[in-house]
Design a protein around this ligand. Structure first.
Ligand code: A3P
Length: 308
């Protein structure tokens, strides 16, 4: 089966999720060649749910013994978080002819992925490595994707209208989607094995970043000491990784290639707000998406506050 694509002419169904042909190759390479270790830490999201932010927060937590949040040469001040926490499928295993030698990377390995939980290699689920998942309300995620895709979409495909994109989104035809299956996969695993998967919501982390930073640090195995808390380390990391701070860095204003070659880093930072969907979606669109989410999430216990 195939669907119209957002950045490529078509999307294809692979193992029950939609992706571009090049992504399928890379995902097969991840599945065949990435052997997880117990200490690996994986940041997982569906695109536009706060991946850049979650990678920054996780990197800052795990590496804070080497790089204090207020250190002038902190890597997050000169590198985009996607460079520090590389994607399995876009970076490390993107070229199936060049399998990386991960033994030379510092431990613990911090890795990113958009792959659905069922598509991850068995070693990830069998070993003790941990997964942090961030979800974002589907309304804002859609708006974020629509803006993003129209920036990256090659000229020969023409712009993607809001209506057309919304229809594709509602049918689940979106990279790594249907997004409801994606979030529910990680959600159920977080309920079954809370020591394995930490499930975070973008809106909640935004609302109370310090509380969730402590939770994240504890989960990742790098809890803050009382001394660190009193010294302002939690607030310091929240600030270092805040939207305003990251957006204004040179590397994020003019840098390129954090995810794939040629990619403009600034396209990862738009508004970073909760509720921007209200500026764009019509009441009919809101109704359609609310109905879909209610139906898909029914009985799961996963909700999005006022959204659905
Ligand atoms: P908007 O388009 O709504 O502004 P991803 O990192 O998964 O690609 O998600 C991108 C979205 O996260 C964009 O949302 C972007 O602005 C927002 N974002 C990027 N950095 C952020 C940060 N440090 N804090 C909060 N949101 C951030």
């Amino acid at each position: 089966p195939k669907e119209r694509g957002w950045r490529t002419p078509n999307l294809y169904l692979y193992q029950h999720f939609w992706c571009q042909p090049k992504e399928i190759q890379a995902i097969i390479s991840v599945q065949n060649h990435y052997n997880a270790e117990n200490t690996d830490l994986i940041v997982a999201t569906i695109p536009k749910s706060g991946t850049t932010w979650l990678k920054a927060l996780s990197f800052a937590i795990v590496n804070r013994r080497n790089f204090a949040h207020n250190q002038k040469n902190h890597p997050l001040l000169t590198s985009n978080s996607h460079e520090l926490v590389p994607f399995l499928e876009y970076k490390l295993f993107a070229d199936y002819e060049n399998i990386p030698d991960m033994s030379r990377f510092p431990r613990p390995l911090l890795l990113g992925t958009h792959m659905p939980i069922n598509a991850l290699p068995d070693s990830v689920m069998d070993l003790k490595c941990k997964i942090v998942y961030m979800v974002r309300n589907p309304f804002d995620t859609f708006v974020s994707i629509w803006h993003f895709m129209n920036k990256l979409r090659p000229e020969y495909l023409g712009p993607l209208s809001l209506e057309e994109a919304f229809d594709m989104y509602c049918r689940g035809a979106i990279g790594f989607g249907p997004y409801w299956d994606h979030m529910l996969g990680y959600w159920y695993e977080s309920l079954r094995a809370p020591q394995k998967v930490l499930f975070l919501k973008y809106e909640e982390v935004k609302e109370n970043t310090c509380f969730h930073l402590k939770k994240l640090a504890e989960f990742l195995g790098f809890p803050f000491s009382l001394e660190e808390e009193e010294g302002g380390a939690v607030e310091g990391i929240a600030k270092l990784c805040s939207f305003d701070k990251m957006k204004d860095l040179d590397v994020n204003k003019t840098g390129k290639g954090a995810i794939t070659a040629g990619f403009e880093n600034r396209d990862l930072f738009r508004k970073g707000e909760v509720g921007d969907w209200a500026n764009l979606l019509t009441p009919l669109m809101v109704e359609r998406l609310t109905d879909i989410m209610e139906e898909k999430l029914a009985g799961s216990g996963l909700t999005f506050g006022v959204f659905c």
